[in-house]
Write a new protein. Structure first.
Length: 157
């Protein structure tokens, strides 16, 4: 009888250990997946903030690149910090998407817009047709032609 009790104990111990092991593995998988999603979201937020900083705070290089878009090395949409240039906005939004993406240093897909205080869309660029589960959207404010405008940036991952 003693040997039977020991084998039953062993089987129960294996079952309990197996259940705990499966629980641990599934919890670990969920934790790793959550960490990957958080890193992806952080990367997209960084891309959106960096791109809007570049747009709002820089005139670009050369400073008057909008006069000859083939010479642009770094895009910037401001004439002075937080004061957008309508000529630069027009030149940038006239570029094709791949050139916009390259000049902003974006790895992810993006869409940006400039709205006035009444919500009227003045300029837009990028790709709005992306179907993605993950999107980060930020809004920044500046001035254009003496009026306040909102610059929105959506980054898709």
């Amino acid at each position: 009888m003693r040997a039977q009790i020991s084998s039953i104990d062993l089987v129960l111990a294996i079952i309990v250990f197996s259940i705990l092991f499966v629980f641990f593995v599934s919890s670990w998988s969920t934790t790793v997946s959550s960490a990957k999603n958080a890193m992806k979201k952080n990367r997209m937020e960084y891309a959106a903030i960096s791109a809007t900083d570049l747009m709002l705070k820089s005139a670009g290089s050369p400073a008057h690149w909008e006069q000859n878009t083939s010479s642009v090395q770094m895009v910037g949409l401001a004439s002075t910090p937080n004061v957008l240039s309508s000529a630069k906005l027009a030149a940038f939004t006239a570029m094709d998407y791949s050139q916009q993406k390259s000049l902003l240093g974006m790895q992810e897909e993006f869409y940006f817009y400039v709205d006035n205080t009444d919500g009227v869309r003045l300029y837009e660029g990028g790709n709005l047709t992306v179907k993605s589960k993950g999107v980060v959207s930020i809004g920044r404010y500046g001035t254009l032609n003496g009026g306040k405008v909102k610059i929105g940036m959506m980054v898709y991952g």
